[in-house]
Design a protein around this ligand. Sequence first.
Ligand code: ASP
Ligand code: CP
Length: 316
Amino acid sequence: MAKLATDRWTRKHLLGLEDTTADEILAVLDTANEFFPCCTGRRPAPRLLEGRTILNLFCEDSTRTRTSFTFAGERLGARVYQFHAATSSLKKNESLADTVRNIDAMGLDAIVIRHPQRGAPQRVAEYVGCSVLSAGDDAYEHPTQALLDMLAVRRKTGRFEGLTLALVGDVQHSRVARSNLFGWSKFGNRVVFVGPQVFTHDLDVEVEVTEDFDAVLPECDVIMMLRVQFERHEHLAFDIDDYIRDYQLTPARLAKAKPGALVLHPGPINRGIELVNEVADGPQSLILYQATCGVAVRMAALSLCIAALDAERQSG
Ligand code: ASP
Ligand code: CP
């Protein structure tokens, strides 16, 4: 029977990592480790969420996060409903507040929300009584992505402190970079944002920054490549050939990192831009392992948040 770390995680929402403590992060990762053997569905998982209803409310495109929350909830016995923004009454100008309040009134245990506006998960958490889990908001936070990245590295290396991580590319428009910075920094790791000035000049976080990828590589234990967020650029001029020359992760560049350095990418990958096939599919890549870890992390996050919701419902 999987042991939930409900003594260390008592929140009904998971909205970001900035305000999440190191102990709470470990509670999710330890619980995810409990679920890991059954996260792919090839071994039966405990039906901890039998009879529960979860709404996947995605107002931005997604492959991994939507699928992974769906598999996580269903493998634990919950019903997971897919809300399709494009065919919903949001199109008739219904507000997000009214949308979620109405669906919550039908009986919900959790909403998983991805939204193009910063802070949308926090606002939804104020409108509804059920749990709310962020699946990414604007360029702000993507907490379960960072948690799955942490789980993947921790499981592969057994290490979680004293690592140097380079987060490379369009860091300024990346919610993955922000959530990873918040998460890893709480455990005494060194996080370096690496990218051209056009992607680093307006950061809203305190972080070590460099333009020189080749110079920092020999210090790196973990290299997290990020997709250029073309959809978040308004009139941003940059030369893609220069970018590829200076930042694309190739076998030659990877050879400059510490031996056995791990390569991560949250996906979706733009092969041939931020990294090449030999690296994406090579022995140091954790990219598909990250996807597997994502299911375990979301099983943990859903179970822990819903356990806290139950405690609140019982006490209320
Ligand atoms: N899938 C991740 C996100 O939604 C990363 C990306 O899209 O580049 O933030
Ligand atoms: N990593 C990630 O969030 O992928 P999706 O955008 O496909 O969900």
